[in-house]
Write a protein that binds this ligand. Structure first.
Ligand SMILES: [Cu+2]
Length: 198
């Protein structure tokens, strides 16, 4: 295994570990009751900028279920996988997909400008709203969704990648957390789970 591959594996392991810790800390175990309080832990208000440079807030999505995924456009694995799966699930949902607001939030606002998001969005379903913002705005929304992310320097000076937890969150029409999916959930499974709730 070369150094680059080892680094890549270490990054994936670190992200997976952080996600697992977050999951254990956050979601009630089988013995614990699912209280309103626990459910309310994921989600919250945001005001960000989309791929067309327009200001978008969570309030405008009330009445639609929000399917929210955090990542970055230069991600080699988790993000393209999740976004392609969401794209396929939207297709499978047919007209029911209109009740859903698929949202991608960048955890790399430094490089993910609206123009960069617009370019990236061409690879996926046109309905996916891609959001970015200032470092502080992204930190706040990531905190609200209990998303872990961190810059990881690469060997080449000045270059970096992002480690991030990679769950796809589903919130209801009131912006309340319903459930989450692994980034690698099969599209068929995701579509079926969404269909039941839409
Ligand atoms: Cu990613």
């Amino acid at each position: 295994m070369n150094a680059r591959a080892a680094l890549r594996l270490a990054a994936i392991a670190a992200a997976a570990f952080a996600a697992a810790v977050a999951a254990i800390g956050l979601w009630p175990g089988p013995d614990r009751p699912k209280t309103e309080e626990a459910v309310a832990l994921v989600g919250g208000a945001f005001a960000l900028v989309d791929q067309d440079g327009r200001r978008r807030t969570d309030a405008e999505f009330r009445g639609k279920h929000m399917l929210v995924f955090f990542g970055f456009t230069q991600c080699p694995d988790f993000c393209p996988t999740a976004l392609y799966t969401i794209t396929q699930a939207l297709e499978k949902l047919g007209p029911k997909a209109e009740r859903l607001a698929p949202i991608f939030v960048s955890v790399d606002p430094e490089r993910d400008t609206p123009a960069q998001l617009k370019n990236y969005a061409q690879n996926f379903d046109k309905r996916i709203v891609m959001l970015t913002g200032s470092a502080a705005e992204i930190a706040a929304v990531a905190r609200a969704y209990r998303v872990y992310y961190a810059k990881r320097p690469l060997e080449k000076p000045g270059e970096y990648t992002m480690d991030h937890s990679a769950y796809i969150y589903l919130l209801d029409g009131d912006g309340k957390y319903l459930t989450h999916f692994r980034h690698a959930v099969p599209a068929e499974e995701l579509a079926k789970a969404l269909e039941r709730r839409l």
